[in-house]
Design a protein around this ligand. Structure first.
Ligand code: ADP
Ligand code: MG
Length: 267
């Protein structure tokens, strides 16, 4: 049996309907020209799992997220969601009959990318109006619900430029949540923030993680946050997952010498 199948998360005695992962990457290769960014990467994530992805810069973490979101296509291998292919062939961007996969997967980036010409409330209403075809009243109600969740209901009429970095990132999270995706991807969402804003954004993500049965994949350098939020931690290097286990196994007491070195754990 291949090594990746021996993962702790493979429960082979259960019926396949219970063990079919929501997200699955099988033998995924991603090349940019001569550069191999992902090297036969295998990963299976069950619905509801909160996964932290750590590793050095350039190891391929963002590429994994972008493939799942359907923003990139694989050079080889497959990415599937609920059994349907993402990012390859005729079913590109399709995920069951629920519509394009990119709307089933919410993604928040390091740079929040709010629409500068729309108010906070309009930023959040935009996709529910255009994509989900909600009417204005429904979209506004939904925007306020998620703004409240991130503690910014009072900023509904504000322009993004008048908000702090942390507040803008919380709006970006509310905007992603407002599409009610099954999967949320967070790519170093606190890396561009001043230290004082980091905590408020992490708190919002922590609340979402603890409050909902949402599948989450987070790239982060905040190890205590990863330990607190994640059920599972992956350590990536050079396009491969080289450590995979519980936060305790990977972050606190890693057996892998490279993980120990990265986390600066003295032996
Ligand atoms: P990480 O998020 O772990 O820092 P990335 O997934 O962003 O790593 O990138 C992995 C490697 O792929 C890096 O060496 C990066 O330079 C390269 N890369 C990423 N995107 C592109 C691209 N669009 N074109 C060429 N090289 C890219
Ligand atoms: Mg990255």
């Amino acid at each position: 049996m291949a090594d990746w199948k021996k993962s702790t998360y493979q429960v082979e005695s259960l019926p396949s309907s219970l063990t079919t992962p929501l997200i699955s990457l099988a033998q995924v290769v991603k090349d940019y020209g001569d550069t191999r960014v992902l090297d036969h990467l295998n990963l299976a994530i069950p619905e509801g799992q909160k996964v932290a992805l750590i590793g050095p810069s350039g190891s391929g973490k963002s590429t994994v997220l972008r493939l799942i979101k359907g923003l990139e296509t694989v050079s080889n291998g497959t990415v599937t969601m609920d059994g349907a292919a993402v990012g390859s062939g005729r079913r590109q961007h399709r995920w069951f009959s629920r519509g394009p996969v990119r709307h089933q997967v919410g993604m928040v980036f390091q740079h929040f990318n709010l629409f500068p010409h729309l108010t906070v409330e309009q930023n959040i209403m935009e996709a529910p109006l255009r994509v989900l075809k909600l009417d204005v009243a429904q979209a506004r109600e939904r925007a306020h619900y998620y703004l409240q969740m991130v503690g910014l209901a009072h900023k509904a009429p504000a322009w993004p430029a008048t908000l702090s970095g942390g507040q803008q990132q919380r709006v970006a999270i509310a905007r992603a949540l407002a599409m009610q995706p099954r999967v949320m991807l967070f790519d170093e969402v606190t890396s561009a923030l001043d230290p004082e804003s980091v905590g408020e954004v992490l708190k919002v993500i922590r609340d979402v993680a603890h409050g909902q049965n949402m599948t989450m994949l987070l790239v982060t350098h905040e190890m205590s946050f990863a330990r607190d939020v994640a059920d599972r931690v992956l350590f990536m290097e050079k396009g491969k997952i080289i450590d995979d286990g519980t936060p305790e196994q990977v972050l606190v007491n890693p057996l892998n010498p490279r993980t120990r070195q990265f986390l600066n754990i003295l032996t």
